[in-house]
Write a protein that binds this ligand. Structure first.
Ligand code: 13P
Length: 282
């Protein structure tokens, strides 16, 4: 069932767990995630980057795919369809018009004033349509759709100013990185807790791949209600498919090739749900 993400994350905040945001890249990815979360009675957020939207053929294609699978697979758990790192007001509007239930407006590469102005514009369009809005402050490191970024820690002051726009969720960059970490992540947990307390918003942690389990648990205790995971599922799937193709030189049916990564991906999803504490919370 497609739902408004606000209720989902407020429940996570109240009951001290986090909901997984898994990025989707194609039909199979979406199906594997939905099936695993349904089996484990866990709410889930399907995140889609602009790059993945382009790859899949456009906003309406992604939306039809997700709504169609939820219906045909008889998915009962709460599911949110969320635009990940919307880079412009136009991109967020397109997602909303296509039926996404949530959007992220990422104005983090602009000045605070511009970030706030963009966020307000998206909020004015999204909220009357019952669509939730996530915004980012500071800068998450690593690569985002092929563009490299330096880590910039969010300040409490800026987080307060952005939260005053009326956003539903805040992603304060506090040392996390998209893709693989070089060494241990250095997350600023004190500031995370402080931002959670002063804004009282469900917080989002991007760059979920490679953060040690105990740091993820600590982040949940400091106010993280949504953990974004992408690279980890890509690695699990790609390693299994590579092994399958190396061991079987005769198979060429794309359905069999893609499916050979199903178990590894589903195992990785289940492990994450267990860690986040979202099993049987749907
Ligand atoms: P990873 O690819 O590091 O898991 O990060 C995903 C993410 O933050 C998407 O917004």
């Amino acid at each position: 069932m497609l739902v408004n993400m606000k209720k989902m994350l407020e429940d996570a905040k109240d009951r001290n767990y986090a909901v997984a945001h898994f990025n989707i890249n194609n039909l199979e990815w979406t199906r594997f995630i939905l099936e695993t979360c349904e089996e484990n009675e866990s709410p889930v957020i399907l995140g889609v980057s602009e790059g993945a939207i382009k790859y899949m053929g456009g906003y309406s294609v992604v939306s039809s795919l997700v709504y169609g699978l939820v219906k045909e697979l008889n998915i009962k758990i709460p599911v949110a369809l969320h635009l990940d790192h919307g880079s412009s007001v136009e991109s967020c509007k397109k997602a909303i018009d296509a039926g996404f239930t949530s959007v992220m407006i990422d104005g983090s590469k602009y000045s605070l004033e511009e970030n706030i102005a963009m966020t307000k514009e998206v909020l004015a369009y999204a909220h009357p349509k019952n669509v939730t809005v996530e915004a980012e402050i500071g800068a998450i490191g690593g690569e985002e759709d092929g563009v490299a970024n330096e880590v910039l820690y969010a300040t409490v002051e800026d987080a307060i100013l952005l939260s005053e726009t009326g956003i539903d969720f805040l992603a304060p960059a506090l040392g996390s990185v998209h893709g693989l970490y070089k060494g241990e992540p250095h997350l600023n947990f004190d500031r995370m807790k402080q931002i959670s307390e002063v804004t009282n918003l469900p917080l989002v942690l991007h760059g979920g791949t490679g953060i040690p389990d105990e740091q993820i648990r600590k982040a949940i205790d400091c106010g993280i209600c949504k953990l974004n995971i992408n690279t980890e599922l890509q690695l699990a799937w790609a390693n299994a498919v590579r092994e399958f193709l190396n061991s079987d030189l005769k198979t060429y049916d794309p359905r069999k090739v893609i499916k050979s990564g199903e178990k590894a991906m589903k195992d990785a999803i289940k492990k994450k749900l267990e860690l986040l504490g979202s099993i049987r919370k749907a």
